[in-house]
Design a protein around this ligand. Sequence first.
Ligand code: MLT
Length: 332
Amino acid sequence: MKRLSLAAALALATIPIAGAQAQATYPDRQISMIVPFAAGGPTDIIARIVGEHMGKTLGQSIIVENVAGAGGTTGITRAAQSRPDGYTIMMGHMGTHGAAPALYPNIKYDPAKDFTPIGLAAGTPILIVTKKAFPAKTLKEFVDYVKANGTKVNEAHAGVGSVSHTSCTLLHSIIGTKTARVTYRGTGPALNDLVGGQVDYGCDQIVNLVSQINAGNITALAIATPERSPALPNVPTTKEAGLPDYQVSAWNAVFAPKTLPADVTAKLVGALDKALDDEGTRKRLLELGSVIPDKAGRSPAALQKLVESEVARWTPVLKAAMAAEQAAGEKK
Ligand code: MLT
């Protein structure tokens, strides 16, 4: 066997020590949090609120980097392939880590295998909202209108596999409708067009909608959760509005690339936990209608289980909806 030179042997011996020192001093520079949608949307809002407090605990700023495209899978793919050193983390959600595998046969990541789960940041109930001038003013009128007008009605969503696209796909599969579907780089920009009246409706996360609903700039037809939201007490549930089968709530969660060192993971998990216990952070999240997970619901193990159950839940629903859409298209 070729003898290693003393220098090479020393160099090899120091690698683990250097790695251990780097982990021990983590973080010693700012951290990038990839948000896979445009700025101003629900995932961006939650990332900035939670990231601000996490940065205080970690002693380094968490800088949000918006990497939009392909229903969020572009940004998540980049984050999944980043160095597992704790300096690149991401805000994923029910779309990127639940629905996407069913809709992207060549997706470059497995939500259940290619990440280090850090923790759930916020549950985000879904609302059906319309532009102010939309003729239907109740959920029942909306269903009748969409059945009668079909693709003359425009839906705004954030790309195939996004929460908004997935949530409206479920709605269409329940009421048996098909409309025109307009893709945005996030539901932040989509909301601008909804307020401006350039698009008719959407299925979006509550944190994006509360201020525009309260300002009367868009109409909330119903919230798709069993109970009304304390942030929007006047918005009826889908059950009250006559569509009890339409139940959907999204979630946003912090992930890191897989094989993140345990002590780096622990620091990120602890910082997220502190953020969700912080009164100021909680107030900002709750005012926007977020559902803040309890201690058990925040753990990495709970997030791993959630990802696995969401992929299992959405895959058959979305594959059936796509098959039905294809069959309807072929009938024409
Ligand atoms: C966003 O932040 O734009 C949304 O999470 C996109 C989506 O609907 O998934």
